[in-house]
Design a protein around this ligand. Structure first.
Ligand code: 5GP
Length: 341
């Protein structure tokens, strides 16, 4: 466990609202004047050994989003999440979040993004981690809202000098048709934004027409991809295009899209030497850390310390960082290698 914490790591799949811990939620409740001992406590995370149906986390995200409905709250939770990842040995972090419009507090999608960016800026000198941001499209949203998110990402990619790097497609996989967003996602690609898309997260998506259509874009990374290998044609597309997979063991087992750690599709892809990146997804909601995900992978699949090192080091190649930053990260990782192995 200590080795996994000290291992320099890159986190590439972390939803902001799902990453907040109980402690931050209590601060948000105090700010909002909700008594911390009432209503939501204990309701916002899924503890060790507990599993819940996939729909349950989406109920929890909604509770957290309702608690974080001001710019100040977004700033505070972003700061907390960055500090926690840094304390866990994460040296490069890509956060993703869905810009929200909350008319009654005056928060707009722009001010939402600005609040996150200003927290990232504040943490820059204080925390030992480089942070990048993806703006998320929620599948429940209209195509028009999704297009506005892409425009926002385009605008802030320039204004933030490259902190905003891409677009995520997420949200309840049982809702909507991912094909609706293809023109929007193509537009994002055309303006140089990277794409990390949740694909084939539930079994129905192994045969749904959206899955192949989204893979054809192709995305720069796939989130979960839990059921891709159930369909040989889809598996071949991912393998041929060598699309890296963001794999979240605890999240998938606790949300019951994967029956047990031993059956996680990490095994399928890792054994074929396909690019795999271990990630947390929602470290707050699923009560995990990135070092715990590495430890679990080692325990479940028999990975050695050098294997874990290689897995972490290779994740640098799959970040949405520019080549210069990737090179700096490789130097940073290598400077820790001898102490660790
Ligand atoms: P936020 O975008 O508010 O920072 O983070 C919460 C949102 O991330 C959720 O409303 C949902 O759209 C997305 N999300 C978080 N975890 C998952 C997941 O495991 N699967 C999918 N499809 N979406 C998720």
């Amino acid at each position: 466990a200590e080795f996994c914490r000290r291992l320099p790591k890159a986190e590439l799949h972390a939803h902001l609202s799902g990453s907040v811990t109980e402690a931050t939620i209590q601060k948000l409740q105090v700010k909002k004047g909700v008594a911390p001992d009432h209503a939501h406590q204990g309701d916002t995370s899924i503890g060790k050994g507990e599993t819940r149906q996939l729909q349950e986390p989406f109920r929890i995200f909604k509770i957290i989003q309702e608690l974080s409905d001001t710019e100040e709250a977004i700033f505070m939770m972003t700061e907390d999440v960055i500090s926690e990842f840094a304390a866990d040995g994460v040296r490069y972090l890509e956060l993703r979040s869905t810009p929200r419009h909350v008319p009654h507090t005056g928060m707009t999608p722009s001010s939402y993004v600005e609040s996150i960016l200003s927290a990232i800026q504040t943490c820059k000198d204080r925390e030992d981690v480089v942070v990048r941001l993806l703006l998320a499209i929620d599948r429940r949203q209209s195509v028009e809202t999704a297009m506005n998110t892409v425009r926002l990402a385009q605008e802030y990619a320039l204004r933030s000098h490259g902190v905003v790097v891409g677009i995520d497609l997420s949200g309840n996989p049982a809702v909507g048709d991912g094909r609706d967003f293809i023109p929007v996602l193509k537009e994002a690609q055309n303006c140089g934004l990277k794409l990390a898309l949740h694909i084939a997260e539930i079994s129905q998506q192994a045969t749904a027409p959206e899955t192949g259509a989204l893979l054809l874009l192709p995305p720069d990374r796939v989130g979960h991809g839990t059921f891709i290998h159930h369909n040989p044609d889809l598996a071949a597309m991912v393998a041929d295009k060598n699309i890296p997979l963001e794999l979240c063991l605890t999240s998938n087992v606790k949300a019951q899209t994967v029956a047990s750690y031993g059956e996680h599709h990490f095994q399928h892809w890792y054994s074929r030497k396909h690019p795999c990146v271990l990630c947390t997804d929602d470290k707050g909601v699923f009560c995990t850390t990135l070092s715990e995900e590495y430890r679990l992978a080692a325990e479940t699949f028999g990975l050695s310390r050098p294997d874990l090192w290689d897995l972490s080091f290779s994740s640098i190649a799959h970040t949405f960082a520019g080549e210069d930053l990737k090179q700096q990260l490789r130097l940073r990782w290598n400077s820790e290698k001898n102490k660790l192995l």
